[in-house]
Design a protein around this ligand. Structure first.
Ligand code: IVH
Length: 680
């Protein structure tokens, strides 16, 4: 059968696209398209290849195991026993409180075992009669992903147990990790190939394990230490954890040599301090120490709570601090013109990733920390999230180091004044033509929460603005194939795809359009309420403040902001441009309004002022996704959202190791839901 040229071209384009998205999904652990969209592309290619088998290439993404449906590449499997988390201790006091608590549960003295807390990802291995049968990630603790094919390629994981004490069934838990040397090698290879670098060994290990192609996992030199059996049938009877680990080791399973028996709490604390002092000399990343009761009979008596065993605790190191040089302080301009100072640092590896810039929030924060260009500064990364300049190392301050002054002009080419209004903590660029604001506006317009234009990320927008192809979001709809195809890294396929994605965005419904316009304080909730009540953008523009404030999810701040936005003539002109281009200004489907419980069960605490949310609108965004907002930080708090001038809640969150989110991280969480974590 003759294959039409257009069909074979489309098949080859689909293969390129799927490979590109595989790379992002499996290679970098950062998918760019929704799973459903991936599935559509794969289904289209499968249909073509089924009709014209002669054009199916052996290296087609459809020929790889499990391809065709990104999420089901790894099937979900239930754990034989739940994989628990660990309670945490942050100080000697916490450790002693734990020791006292468990001493009351059992008679006699308690001996402990100390182990480094590896910073990788938890894995459950099942061996039947000594043969590796299944490997699964921790997932939600009850069920995880089946990654057997990939784990089988890891040289450190035995496929066959050895020795005389092999049980008929052994489920063993351990941590898959990447040594620092292997991580450096991998990033060197990524650099040479022009690929994206991994942020830290943990991400690299996670990304390497979730490869669609096991050969890639095989080449990543992953390691494992086993630290705990789960379900066991057969094997020797052992009475202590230390002996259990020795038995696991005798079966050929790698066990961390740094494990120590500790006779009392004094020894426990000493162990934690020693491990902390050695943390950078181990050759792999750790984020604490795990202390476990050694005697297994005592463990049984202690039992566990719904989430963690009582017989073990994770001692977490305090946030790591490093000293580096602050080269200069620069100012970034947001889409609303807000000017945010940030520190440009000599890159330093701290808290698990390399930090080269850190926000300084605003003029008062720079003054409060008294950091000056050229200073040696202490940099800290609390949790995994926000790098922070704690303050200067005054003893190292160079003579003549000058206090930094907030620039009076915007860093963009127009260099219009930056002004700080009475009673505000922020400076703003007053120009409505500022190219930096424009760029940010387009990025926001195209982002997932806005018009969701595939392939139009930050880099691409910058490229289009620099090439003077776009001035504002309205210009996106006038872009042509000829303009795009000549640009760097823009082939025919990408150009066509981008134009198609821009075209498709015209059909987007009103709530997204309202968000995408970037009106201050108008998030998804407010946009949905406006769309439901008015049904058309023109009617939103005409609504009076009195009517607006009466609507669900809209308060005085949002109403004022809307009125002010629609009163600006250039905004009116932009709306006309979008209308002419054919962008849809009406409608809201039931699905958009339906509940979206991505944050179910998660408690948030808000502190400090956010740029684009009022307290009410931030709360509404959380609550609408099933989350809860409370006022005080505890160990149960899921996230603390930190705005400008945060209160003591931020400090408390750091102390309790609660994840901090800045506004950007919060926005991402709302759009994408929480990150899957592997336990802690
Ligand atoms: S024992 C029920 N030992 O920490 C106890 N866990 O919050 C099971 N981890 O998901 C865990 N090193 O990924 C244990 N030596 C160690 C560990 C360790 C790292 C991780 C593990 C788990 C998390 C627990």
């Amino acid at each position: 059968m003759q294959v039409p040229a257009s069909t074979s071209a489309r098949a080859s384009e689909l293969r390129d696209l799927l490979r590109y998205h595989d790379e992002h999904y499996f290679g970098n652990d950062s998918p760019e398209i929704a799973d459903a969209e991936y599935d559509l592309l794969a289904a289209e290619l499968e249909a073509i290849e089924a009709e014209y088998p002669e054009i199916a290439t052996p290296d087609s993404p459809t020929q790889r195991p499990g391809s065709g449906s990104a999420p089901s590449v790894f099937s979900e499997v239930s754990h034989l026993q739940p994989m628990f988390s660990l309670d945490k201790a942050f100080s000697r006091d916490d450790l002693e409180a734990w020791g006292t608590r468990i001493a009351k549960l059992v008679p006699g003295d308690i001996t402990f075992v100390g182990e480094p807390k590896l910073d990788g990802l938890a894995i459950s291995l099942i061996y039947e009669n000594g043969k590796l049968l299944r490997a699964a990630t921790r997932g939600n603790g009850e069920s995880g992903e089946d990654v057997t094919a990939n784990v089988q390629t890891i040289a450190a994981v035995p496929n066959q147990l050895v020795g005389s004490d092999i049980p008929s069934l052994l489920e063993v838990r351990g941590e898959i990790f990447m040594s620092n040397d292997s991580f450096d090698d991998l990033n060197k290879r990524q650099t040479a190939a022009g690929d994206r670098l991994f942020m830290n060994p943990r991400n690299a290990a996670a990304g390497s394990l979730r490869q669609i192609d096991s050969a890639i996992t095989a080449g990543r030199n992953l390691s494992i230490y086993c630290y705990q059996p789960g379900a066991v049938i057969g094997g020797p009877i052992v009475s202590t954890h230390k002996k259990t680990l020795e038995w696991l080791s005798s079966l050929g399973l790698p066990v961390n040599p740094q494990v120590e028996v500790l006779v009392d709490l004094e020894a426990v604390f000493d162990f934690c301090l020693r491990v902390e002092a050695q943390r950078h000399d181990l050759g792999y990343e750790i984020d604490g120490a795990v202390v476990k009761v050694d005697n297994l009979a005592q463990r049984d008596e202690m039992g566990h709570t719904s989430r963690a065993p009582r017989w073990a605790v994770a001692y977490k190191f305090p946030p790591e601090e490093k000293i580096t040089v602050l080269r200069k302080i620069m100012v970034s301009i947001g889409r609303t013109g807000r000017a945010t100072p940030f520190a440009v640092l000599d890159p330093v590896f701290v808290g698990g990733s390399t930090v080269g810039v850190a926000t300084l929030h605003n003029e008062d924060e720079v003054a409060r920390r008294d950091v000056r260009p050229g200073d040696s500064v202490t940099v800290r990364k609390a949790g995994d999230v926000i790098p922070e300049v704690v303050g200067p190392v005054l003893a190292k301050r160079k003579r003549g180091a000058r206090k930094w002054k907030f620039p009076t002009a915007c860093p963009c080419d127009l260099a219009q004044p930056l002004v700080r209004l009475e009673g505000e903590s922020d400076h703003r660029c007053v120009s409505s033509d500022c190219p930096m604001q424009r760029e940010q506006k387009v990025i926001y317009f195209a982002s997932r929460g806005g018009m969701d234009i595939e392939g139009l990320g930050e880099e691409r927008v910058r490229q289009l603005v620099n090439a003077e192809l776009i001035q504002d979001v309205g210009d996106l709809y006038a872009l042509t194939f000829d303009q795009l195809v000549g640009l760097d890294r823009m082939g025919e396929i990408s150009s066509r795809n981008l134009l198609a994605a821009i075209e498709a965005s015209k059909a987007t419904e009103l709530p997204r359009v309202l968000v995408a316009l970037g009106i201050r304080h108008v998030g998804r909730i407010a946009a949905r309420s406006l769309a439901r009540n008015f049904g058309h953008l023109d009617r939103v523009a005409l609504a009076t403040t009195e009517i607006l404030v009466d609507l669900d999810g809209i308060g005085a701040v949002i109403a004022e902001s809307l009125k002010a936005w629609f009163a600006v003539p250039t905004n009116g002109a932009l709306i006309e441009k979008l209308r002419l281009a054919g962008v849809n200004f009406e409608g809201v489907t039931v699905e958009v309004a339906a509940a979206d419980p991505t944050l179910a069960g998660i408690t948030f605490v808000l502190t400090g002022a956010l740029e684009n949310y009022t307290r009410e609108s931030a709360e509404a965004e959380i609550v609408s996704r099933g989350g809860k907002v409370t006022n005080s930080v505890s160990k149960k708090t899921g996230y603390v959202v930190v705005g400008d001038n945060p209160g003591s809640k931020r400090d408390k969150a750091e102390k309790l190791d609660v994840t901090l989110l800045d506004e950007e991280g919060f926005g991402r969480l709302l759009l994408e839901g929480p990150l899957q974590t592997e336990g802690d």
